[in-house]
Design a protein. Structure first.
Length: 344
């Protein structure tokens, strides 16, 4: 054996070195993020309406693969494949894997609640027996960064700023903005683990992508009652971008109408309140990759938030070979409904 190894030493080295290099590239992580096309999930896997008719349920959310701190091998693959996106991880991003999962769950839970509210309220216009009762709880923090005041945590619910109740979603940003006050701190009343806390929060000194608060947050509603009732199953995915598609599926069930008419309906976009306290379809990440994923899944239509998301989605759409899928930009839930009305 020793003689054999000695005789083929150079060959063995030539074969082993590349193998070790490939293994290393698959293990060593770097500070880059990757976004790749994923797939689609039927909304009814997560949200079911009492007496809902599944013949009307061809509405699907779209997900992407988005690992953070990718390996060198993933980085190289991402640079070669035009359908992948690779970007440098923000130096301010400090979330652990468990914190990422917690944030994703908060985003998904709030998106489902918002979808129910929007769909039920729209359906009630057609049928007065449809009803939903809910209360606004405040703004829930879904992500903190290195410049966020360390007293704040993911999951904290902010209910007051400088003794003023946060009684509508956009108020938090307004109250903590330098346009309102140049003070370096503000008083916050928060709820954490069902207990109220009073904190003095220091505003970020570093210019950042998340404004004066220095963290990202979502409106938090609590649904008290709904008729008909609904059931929520555990979701395989996280994040806020399923809002629009969830609402379309819920709405179709509530009014007992075949909106899709046999089409495979896919799309993306949050449902959130703007500064006028109006429900809009909000921007999301990975629009390019979601168009590719929907196309591969055989979608007949893909809804995307108008604006930058639509511009990004259109670039992906233009790379497709003979696409039969409609690419539809929307600003509101009503815009998506209008598309189906036009299909009569």
């Amino acid at each position: 054996m020793k003689k054999l190894i000695s005789d083929y030493r150079k060959l063995i080295i030539i074969l082993i070195v590349p193998y070790i290099a490939i293994i290393s590239m698959g293990l060593v992580t770097i500070d880059y993020n990757l976004v790749a096309p994923g797939g689609i999930n039927p909304v009814t896997d997560v949200i079911e309406i009492e007496n809902g008719n599944e013949i009307y349920q061809n509405f699907n959310t779209v997900y992407v693969y988005a690992p953070s701190k990718i390996t060198v091998l993933e980085y190289l693959i991402g640079k070669v494949d035009r359908n992948f996106s690779v970007s440098k991880t923000s130096p301010y991003y400090i979330a652990s894997f468990s914190e990422e999962r917690e944030a994703g769950k908060i985003q998904k839970d709030t998106s489902i609640t918002n979808s129910l509210i929007v769909a039920y309220e729209e359906a009630r216009r057609r049928d007065a027996n449809i009803e939903i009762k809910y209360t606004y709880q405040g703004q829930i923090i879904d992500m903190v960064y290195s410049y966020t005041d360390p007293q704040l945590r993911i999951g904290d619910i902010i209910i007051e700023v400088d003794d003023q109740p946060i009684n509508y979603p956009y108020l938090l940003t307004q109250l903590t903005s330098t346009h309102v006050s140049d003070a370096p701190t503000y008083k916050a009343k928060i709820v954490r683990d069902n207990k109220e806390l009073f904190l003095t929060i220091t505003k970020p000194k570093t210019k950042n992508d998340h404004g004066i608060p220095g963290f990202t947050h979502y409106e938090l509603y609590e649904i008290i009652d709904a008729n008909p009732s609904y059931n929520i199953e555990k979701s395989r995915t996280t994040g806020p971008s399923g809002g629009l598609m969830q609402a379309l599926s819920i709405y179709a069930n509530l009014i007992n109408k075949d909106l899709a008419k046999g089409m495979v309906v896919c799309g993306t976009g949050t449902l959130e309140k703007n500064d006028k306290d109006e429900w809009i379809v909000g921007q999301i990440g990975g629009a390019y990759q979601k168009v590719i994923a929907a196309y591969r899944a055989g979608a007949d239509v893909f809804f995307v938030p108008d604006g930058k998301n639509y511009e990004e989605a259109l670039k992906a759409y233009q790379t497709l070979k003979n696409p039969k899928m409609d690419l539809v930009p929307v600003k509101t839930f009503g815009d998506a409904l209008a598309y189906f009305e036009g299909k009569k």
